[in-house]
Design a protein around this ligand. Structure first.
Ligand code: 5AD
Ligand code: SF4
Length: 343
């Protein structure tokens, strides 16, 4: 292993230049993945946290150029689950022994504030940890969700390159996104962020900035995914993100923030066969299986994905077997980020 990595193992830090160099060359890839795996083992153990993902609505007012849920995509059939349907999905997840639910949707006002508060309170009454991933909201709204019992919030920064950000999100503001993340921290959430790897015009320079941003924010969770072109978006002809680069960004993030939670993302699994297991061996410690049981949820088409409706025991048993093959196990704890606890 080279000296830079040896030093990083001791200090959990890397300079911008060092990160850039590690991303640019493939010479040290194996060492990076091995070190990330070692630090994962030492800081968060061999348990894998399962999060039950419920994609409860694909309605979105935003127009992120890469995403199939963008408002201008008229080829997508839109849906929203009713409050009762969401709670039904949560109860099913509880039956499958999930200790954390992730409620994810496009960004919209299609649920009233009071409805969201009701959903949060009902879920919390089931003694389940709750992660929200519903986009940019006001400080007051985030505060109300927290008071109602939400524990965690996922909001990817997507990219820290402000020009690229503007380009990819014509109707959004980078400053507001950063502010949202800091508001969430202030309110005491476990905060998750992350980025897309392989966006058109994205540079290694800005990816190094992304990683340092995660460190600066002191994120509790970071999800990294390769960009996958979607036919129904302006980026349909763009080049697919590089799996190995995304994996490396994830591994370097583990080296800099050794005690956070890192999911093996669906995008990784979609792009490469066994991508999830590869990620779990390179720094990841979380898997987020989809537990929505409703037919309409197949329309949560961010990118073309082989829809796997996983709400059956057989699928989960299979997953457990795969974990065991690599010396890992499902941790049935709620899985609060160690980083959050250690602060
Ligand atoms: N490829 C990969 N990931 C995508 N996302 C949105 N569109 C794509 C795509 N085409 C990611 C974004 C968002 C998360 C929910 O999905 O990073 O934050
Ligand atoms: Fe909407 Fe999120 Fe897709 Fe952007 S990435 S269009 S906010 S669902």
């Amino acid at each position: 292993m080279n000296n830079i990595l040896k030093n990083a193992e001791l200090t959990n830090s890397l300079s911008h230049n060092e990160i850039k160099n590690l991303l640019n060359v493939s010479t040290f890839d194996k060492d990076i993945f091995n070190l990330a795996d070692k630090l994962r083992h030492e800081h968060v153990g061999d348990g894998i946290y399962l999060r039950g993902l419920i994609e409860f609505s694909n309605i979105c007012k935003c127009n992120c150029k890469y995403c199939g849920l963008r408002a201008e995509n008229i080829n997508l059939e839109r849906y929203k689950l009713s409050v009762e349907e969401i709670l039904k999905a949560v109860k099913l997840a509880k039956q499958y022994n999930f200790k954390t639910i992730v409620l994810q949707s496009g960004e919209s006002r299609s649920y009233k504030h009071e409805e969201l508060i009701k959903i949060i309170k009902e879920i919390k009454s089931l003694d389940i940890a709750l992660t929200l991933s519903i986009g940019e909201k006001s400080f007051e709204e985030y505060s109300d969700y927290k008071k109602a019992g939400a524990d965690r919030y996922l909001l990817r920064i997507e990219t820290t390159d402000e020009l690229l950000y503007k380009n990819m999100h014509p109707d959004m503001s980078f400053k507001n996104r950063v502010e949202c993340l800091y508001n969430l921290k202030k309110l005491g959430y476990e905060v998750g962020t992350g980025s897309l790897i392989g966006l058109p015009e994205q540079t290694v320079n800005s990816i190094a900035d992304d990683i340092l941003f995660f460190k600066e924010l002191s994120a509790d969770m970071v999800g990294i995914g390769p960009f996958i072109p979607n036919e129904d978006t302006p980026l349909k002809n763009s080049v697919t993100g590089d799996f190995n680069l995304a994996l490396k960004v994830m591994a370097i993030t583990r080296i800099l923030l050794p005690d956070i939670n890192i999911p093996a993302t669906t995008a990784m699994e979609t792009l490469v066969e066994n991508g999830r297991i590869i990620a779990l061996k390179s720094g990841a410690n979380v898997v987020m299986p989809n537990v929505s049981e409703f037919e309409c949820c197949k329309n949560y088409k961010i990118y073309p994905k082989q829809f796997s409706n996983v709400n059956n025991q057989e699928y989960l048993n299979n997953l457990k077997e795969k974990f065991e093959e690599i010396g890992r196990f499902v941790d049935v704890d709620k899985g609060v980020s160690r980083h959050f606890l250690n602060k």
